[in-house]
Design a protein around this ligand. Structure first.
Ligand SMILES: *Cc1c(COP(=O)(O)O)cnc(C)c1O
Length: 461
């Protein structure tokens, strides 16, 4: 039987209903999943059914079985890892991305999606004060955005050393030295691994986790051959920003490529409030950020920005006879990311920025940081709580005396369920790590969260 468009109506209607039920539950529901992985595996345990099932029934079954095992990541009381929620315009446009089902690789084939992503990319470059004309690629996340920037850098520094990595690979190539701060994010190390560049040389960091300029400059002086410097805008534990202008200037003098991992923190560049902290960030060569964190679009959406489009295109342009290229010879979306086929994940970025406008986007970034400040102030007033970092952006690291007690309070807090915050270790200590990344968190939820931590401390005694 041929598929009729009518067949979409009922399952999509049910999906919208279940989505509303879920979203309506967020303000009041506990953050943690009611059921754990064993119960969820049991709920979905069955052999592949022999026959088919009506799509609407499938959606109902899916919603019913999954609900007890869903983490309320979209709740204003979720402060785990670094994860945003999702703005209404971003979520609604993401549904349309799925309905439109554009495989956004070629301008010629999917002109609307390509144009919308180009506009979203130009808006980001403008908002963050990065060089006009930078190439912007939409990746699955910050990890792959780091991969894109570092791949462009690898090709560029090897080319400058007279080596064509695309043609000749890495075997026999001059060794590329990668310098990164001691608190570099693991995703940068992962990307370097994908690229065959091995482990970075770690440069000493200060107490907030910022790379020490003098140590970096010394390392640059002692290094021969091609160099990549990986800086960080936004440390996971402290939110701190690496010093940019002097480090990038020194790296460029040495012919190095400078990549900035700004998965959540690069958004601070939108606000004059962080003008000093991020001074000179625009002089780097490539930047990675996430839209699914600070900008609050749905997963998965990272943004890879490269100042010289030629460098990223050299790394990612695929040559095949069946791709029909734009007549004007303009680079295609697939020339800036690792994938050939992918969803048009930049469209929710366009919708988020269109709905917020410039001032709304700046206000969002500033509000997250203000909430973090309020939360840190509330926590530091509780007896025996140490806020370990200078709260300069959205991240807070807290200790409750001994490592053992910190772990116990973290466990009690997660068991309580009113909020979700992650345990971690930082600067040799166990910490409770808090990230304020959800657009919808308000002052009341901040107060509720301080109370939840106080309750967890009482429970531990
Ligand atoms: C989250 C994060 C990443 C990785 O981003 P994903 O979107 O999870 O791939 C990289 N760097 C920093 C600083 C991050 O916070």
């Amino acid at each position: 039987m041929p598929l009729s468009p009518e067949e979409y109506r009922a399952p999509l209607g049910r999906a919208a209903q279940h989505a509303h039920d879920w979203l309506d539950s967020l303000p009041d529901r506990p953050v943690k999943p009611r059921d754990g992985i064993e119960q969820m595996e049991a709920a979905f345990e069955r052999d592949l059914p022999e026959g088919g099932t009506d799509p609407t029934e499938v959606i109902d079954e899916l919603a019913r079985l999954a609900e007890p095992g869903l983490m309320a990541i979209g709740s204003g009381r979720f402060f785990g890892w670094v994860m945003g929620g999702t703005l209404p315009a971003a979520l609604a446009s993401d549904w349309m991305v799925s309905a439109w089902d554009q495989n956004n690789g070629l301008r010629y084939a999917t002109p609307a999606a390509a144009a919308i992503e180009e506009r979203a990319g130009a808006w980001i470059v403008d908002l963050l004060g990065l060089p006009q004309g930078s190439a912007v690629g939409f990746t699955t996340g910050g990890t792959m955005a780091n991969f894109v920037g570092l791949a462009a850098g690898r090709g560029a520094v090897l080319e400058a050393a007279g080596w064509n990595v695309n043609r000749d690979g890495l075997t026999g190539a001059p060794r590329v030295t990668v310098l990164a701060g001691a608190e570099v994010h693991s995703s940068v190390e992962l990307a370097l691994r994908y690229l065959g560049l091995g482990e970075p040389t770690k440069i000493a960091a200060d107490r907030q986790g910022r790379i020490q300029s003098s140590a970096l400059i010394e390392a640059l002086d002692q290094t021969t051959g091609p160099v990549i410097v990986a800086l960080q805008a936004g440390n996971l534990h402290s939110g701190a920003f690496d010093p940019m202008r002097e480090t990038i200037e020194a790296a460029h003098k040495r012919g190095a490529w400078v990549h900035v991992d700004g998965a959540f923190g690069l958004w601070a560049a939108a606000s004059p409030r962080w003008g000093d902290a991020l001074d000179g960030v625009d002089t780097a060569d490539s930047w990675a950020t996430d839209a699914h964190k600070t900008l609050n679009v749905p997963y998965d959406c990272g943004v890879a920005i490269v100042a010289r489009p030629g460098a990223v295109q050299a790394a990612f342009t695929a040559h095949t006879s069946y791709f029909i290229r734009d007549d004007a010879g303009i680079a295609d979306p697939m020339d800036r990311v690792p994938e050939l086929s992918r969803r048009a994940r930049g469209i929710p970025v366009w919708a988020a920025l269109r709905s917020l406008g410039r001032s709304g986007t700046i206000a969002l970034v500033e509000r997250l940081a203000e909430n973090a400040r309020m939360l840190a102030d509330g926590l530091s007033k509780l007896p025996g709580v140490e806020v370990l970092n200078d709260v300069v952006f959205t991240q807070i690291s807290v200790a409750f005396g001994s490592d053992e007690r910190t772990r116990a309070v973290t466990q009690a807090l997660i068991a309580d369920g009113a909020v979700w915050m992650s345990g971690s270790t930082w600067a040799g200590r166990d910490v409770l790590r808090i990230s304020v990344s959800n657009w919808s968190t308000d002052a009341e939820e901040v107060a509720v969260s301080v109370n939840a931590v106080a309750r967890a401390m009482d429970a531990v005694g």
